[in-house]
Design a protein around this ligand. Sequence first.
Ligand SMILES: [Zn+2]
Length: 153
Amino acid sequence: MTKSVVSSFDVDHRRLKEGLYLRSTYKIDDSRCVLSWDLRFCAPMTHHPLSSGTVHTIEHLMAYYLRLDEQIGTSIVSFCPMGCLTGFYLSTMNDVTAEQIKEALRKVYDKVFPLKGKEDIVGLNEIQCGNPALYDIDGANEAMRKYVEETIK
Ligand SMILES: [Zn+2]
């Protein structure tokens, strides 16, 4: 396979398991680079993908609460859903480790989950979001439980 300009296209998705992976690094200068992490909630082709509402719910909560984390918050560049609905992309600066990300995810999970209703989803309104009717409380609770308690424990 020829090397692609998109780093995730160079990964054989048939072999991927759920987990947290450092996928690529983008060098800015001699001391700084941007790390792209895959938060793979589902093993491709093995598990059912997440629902769109689940992905949207988790995106809102993680994009917000991870940035409040004392250790990694200011190092976060972006938190985005994978279009294939099997997980999320987290971009950070190079001063964070996989263990710190796991710790931050556990802290958000303990603080925010299980969600009781849509009032718990930050930014889910017509001013701050493009599709506030799209959310899934039960799906997000179950996906986060599985990821934090079983996958990255
Ligand atoms: Zn939104």
